[in-house]
Design a protein around this ligand. Structure first.
Ligand SMILES: NC(=O)c1ccc[n+]([C@@H]2O[C@H](COP(=O)([O-])OP(=O)(O)OC[C@H]3O[C@@H](n4cnc5c(N)ncnc54)[C@H](O)[C@@H]3O)[C@@H](O)[C@H]2O)c1
Length: 454
């Protein structure tokens, strides 16, 4: 009798050769435009150059260091992901972007103070040559910043046109473009009438609708230009019906939101473990201190509210209190972020977790993560731009709009309407790898594995 394989058959997939032919090759230059040239963007760009020059390794990047198992465990096929799917080579990546301050990338990286002076000096000419384009900015949406390097326009529609011209100019120098929001967290906004369709949004741009924040103007400009957009902040930005419609229409994939770096990364590892073992959680208190510009922006209650929403959703979705009321119904979940300048980008995140076990006996777990925020975020940003570019070259992914398989990288993953997000890091990892197997015509891996005992 033939047994099912632990690599489940991918019914929809063709042979690897046929599947590969449905993905355009990564020929020529990939242009990456970052909105914001702060800690994450400078650490990403300086890091890519350091890797290209052989000065350091791309640690933390799945696209650069990760492998993928193909077929059965006995097949011994585990290529590097970058050898398995056609990704842009780091040497073909070109950077530019927008920023509300005029400093070049070297000055901005010095200011961000994430990377050592010596590290930056070794790539100084490269960084100095990257100068930001003037930004679309309005202090109403980020109260703690006051930018000087800002575009002037008659209306939000006019500003969107200016961004489109910037994107068109860059497109003429490279072969493909991806836009990454690495700008600040904006004030908390909710979807409104202006976000319900492309038409309503375009009218809102002309009317200067206050529900349209700068990040949405960038997203609109990119998608109109058929350029994929990744959202590293918790702002709505592309998490709106009008953007999803536009993304599908122009075949420009989108993903978001909010890079999953320190504390939430830990939370989405630990919470699934408690649930898997049916351990209860009474409370989870999370607090952070950080002293970079991001911390300063998040010190404003309106920007913090946007971040808080993004961080709080995680536990409810993972622990499913409606299915396990005895274990998770009364969980007390609190998240705090405090601006503390001496720490700069070296954030400290504490978690106190009150759990309970057999017969309800209480226990405690303390996590103190002395992390480096942008050192964790930069490889995520790199993977996102490379994978979004891949998605746009894949006929199966290009017109899907939201790329849910990239949930792995986000605190608050976007999903199709009516779907709850998957927050469990290991489900997200499996979803990502199975998506790569699927588009390449390989069998999906279910981990069933009965055939080894046949
Ligand atoms: N660093 C991390 O680990 C991390 C993790 C998760 C999410 N994020 C989010 O990523 C974003 C970037 O983080 P960061 O640490 O680099 O912050 P940062 O403050 O160092 O950089 C953001 C930059 O964006 C600029 N900016 C703001 N509005 C802009 C606009 N409209 N146009 C162009 N530039 C604009 C700011 O001037 C600033 O230089 C933030 O929203 C942050 O919340 C960061």
């Amino acid at each position: 009798m033939s047994m099912p394989k632990d690599s489940g058959k991918n019914a929809a997939a063709e042979s690897p050769a046929v599947a590969e032919s449905k993905i355009q090759p990564a020929k020529g230059k990939l242009g990456v435009m970052t909105v914001g040239m702060g800690s994450v963007a400078t650490t990403l760009i300086a890091g890519v150059e350091a890797v290209r020059k052989g000065l350091a390794k791309p640690i933390g990047s799945l696209t650069q260091m990760g492998t993928i198992r193909l077929g059965k465990r006995t097949d011994a096929r585990t290529p590097l992901i970058k050898d398995f799917v056609p990704l842009a080579d780091l040497h073909d990546v070109v950077f530019t972007g927008w920023e509300i301050f005029p400093e070049n990338m070297y000055e901005a990286a010095e200011h961000a103070a994430v990377l050592d002076r010596d590290h930056l000096k070794s790539i100084k000419p490269f960084l100095e040559a990257i100068k930001p384009m003037p930004a679309v900015f309005d202090q109403h949406y980020v109260k703690r910043l006051n930018g000087t390097h800002v575009k002037q326009g008659k209306s939000k529609c006019d500003l969107a046109q200016q961004l489109r011209s910037d994107i068109q100019a860059f497109k003429s120098q490279v072969d493909r473009v991806v836009v990454l929001w690495a700008g600040s967290t904006e004030i908390f906004l909710e979807p409104s009438a202006v976000h319900q369709s492309i038409e309503a949004f375009e009218k809102g741009l002309v009317d200067n609708d206050p529900n349209i924040a700068p990040s949405q103007i960038y997203a609109y400009a990119a998608l109109k230009e058929g350029v994929p957009f990744a959202n590293g902040a918790p702002n709505l930005t592309v998490d709106l019906p009008c953007m999803q419609e536009l993304s599908k229409l122009t075949g420009a994939p989108i993903c978001g939101k909010d890079f999953k770096t320190g504390q939430t990364f830990m939370k989405t590892v630990l919470a699934p473990a408690f649930k898997a073992r049916m351990l209860g959680v009474a409370g989870w208190y999370s607090t952070n201190i950080l002293g970079n510009r991001d911390g300063e922006v998040l010190d404003d209650p309106e920007s913090f509210k946007t971040k808080e929403e993004s961080k709080l959703g995680v536990l409810d979705f993972i622990l499913q209190p409606e299915l396990y009321p005895d274990l998770y119904k009364d969980i007390y979940h609190k998240v705090r972020i405090n601006y503390y300048p001496p720490r700069g980008d070296n954030k400290e995140g504490w978690d106190n977790i009150d759990i309970f076990g057999w017969l309800g006996y209480p226990m405690q777990i303390k996590v103190d993560f002395l992390c480096r925020d942008s050192i964790l975020a930069a490889p995520i940003a790199l993977d996102l731009v490379l994978f979004l570019d891949l998605a746009q070259r894949s006929s199966e992914l290009k017109h899907l709009g939201i790329q849910e398989w990239l949930s792995f990288y986000f605190k608050s993953p976007m999903t199709a309407e009516g779907l709850y997000p998957e927050h469990d890091l290991f489900i997200q990892s499996m979803k990502l790898k199975n998506t790569l197997r699927h588009i390449m015509g390989e069998d999906l891996i279910t981990h069933l594995g009965l055939e080894y005992y046949d």
